[in-house]
Design a protein around this ligand. Structure first.
Ligand SMILES: *Cc1c(COP(=O)(O)O)cnc(C)c1O
Length: 375
């Protein structure tokens, strides 16, 4: 770490200091050859995925690839998960290219006829019309019907009501259409994102009250960007599902809660200034590389490493922004901290819905480089 200083952690008056970043990440971040950069802690992902796998016991775990399709991450996850949930022909080609023969569950609203023809372990059918088009392919298929249950979801970050899946009437319309080639295996649902173990278990109780012998309970396990140290209670969820199973085949498909924690977006402070009393640190790159704080409306947790010797501010509310010419390019607002030009900024929790959901080409700044810590 340059300047021999200690990292300045973000501290908010109303909050506990955030969890400590692994020393190996803090060691590497200031010396990355190019910034902005994405840095992935693969040993941390390996450990986390193994812990989730253990906690879930007999419940199958598929990784929802849309959270982050990075091949290096998928290779680590492949050692722990039972399969992958893909939601497009592109994700299907990517995953089956990397892991031929691995089980895939094919989901997503608005599947094309070409997508309906893709080989799968399970296909999640979203509507009666989609099921009819699947039948018309003449191919074999193993179907889970995606139910959009009428359940209140309190405190969820994003509810998936609206066009996703079907209501009970839609499911009833589908039931008589099944036969020898296109087989009904059970139900699929994905209710919301940002759910605690207790809320997911309530959902599970409802779905397991049905006759279906196979149920995919979806993803949406809570990830708290306000309190990075608080984690989804995998042990409670696993034990709760084990108690509800009664011989049925259960599956979950988490995305964010598997990969969010292993990714970091590392950049440097390029300017520090005050405008009408407000202090700003401007970093190289921006939310076109890490769109998560804009889409979720949160402050991205960060740590500033004192590698800079330029002008700066000390111990006052500071808003950290990127290089884009838009007032929306904000990572974190009014964080009480200190920053100097040349300091290294490490944004945490940038491993899911981060690079791959971002509008990379906006303003044509250079793309980040990608780095992987290995065991
Ligand atoms: C996005 C999605 C997931 C994963 O959700 P997370 O919140 O990332 O866990 C799982 N299943 C379906 C159907 C999805 O659309």
């Amino acid at each position: 770490m340059g300047q021999g200083g200690r990292p300045r952690r973000r501290v908010r008056a109303d909050r506990e200091p955030a969890r400590v970043i692994p020393p190996r990440v803090l060691d590497v971040a200031p010396s990355l050859p190019e910034t902005p950069a994405y840095l992935y802690d693969l040993p941390a992902l390996d450990e986390h995925a193994a812990a989730v796998r253990r906690a879930m016991g007999a419940t199958e775990v598929y990784y929802a690839v849309k959270a982050n399709p990075d091949a290096e991450l998928l290779r680590v996850l492949a050692g722990h998960v039972d399969g992958f949930e893909v939601s497009s022909g592109g994700e299907h080609a990517h995953v089956t290219g990397l892991f031929p023969g691995t089980p895939v569950a094919l989901g997503g609203p608005g599947k094309t006829d070409a997508e309906l023809r893709l080989p799968h372990h399970r296909i999640h059918v979203e509507s009666p019309n989609e099921l009819r088009r699947l039948l018309a392919t003449g191919l074999e298929a193993d179907v889970l019907l995606r139910l959009n249950p009428d359940l209140p979801v309190e405190g969820a970050a994003l509810t998936m009501s609206g066009p996703f899946g079907m209501d009970e009437a839609g499911v009833a319309e589908c039931l008589p259409l099944f036969g020898e080639r296109v087989r009904l295996r059970g139900l699929h649902t994905h209710l919301a994102s940002g759910l605690a173990a207790g809320q997911l278990l309530t959902l599970a109780e409802t779905l397991l009250g049905t006759e279906h012998e196979e149920v995919n309970l979806g993803g949406g396990m809570a990830v708290s960007y306000d309190r990075p140290e608080s984690r989804f209670d995998w042990a409670a969820y696993g034990a709760g599902l084990a108690a509800l199973r009664r011989g049925r085949r259960l599956r979950i498909e988490p995305g964010r809660a598997l990969t969010a924690y292993c990714g970091y977006y590392v950049t440097r402070v390029v300017d520090v200034k005050r405008v009408r009393g407000e202090a700003y640190a401007i970093v190289l790159g921006g939310t076109h590389h890490l769109r998560t704080p804009v889409t979720k409306g949160h402050d991205q947790p960060l740590t500033i490493l004192p590698t800079g010797a330029g002008p700066g501010v000390t111990g006052e509310p500071l808003t950290v922004v990127g290089q884009l010419c838009t007032p929306k390019d904000v990572f974190s607002r009014n964080i009480v901290t200190s920053a100097r030009v040349g300091d290294t900024v490490v944004f945490e929790m940038a491993g899911a819905y981060a690079w791959n959901i971002s509008h990379h080409d906006f303003l044509m700044h250079p793309k980040p480089s990608f780095h992987y810590l290995r065991a």
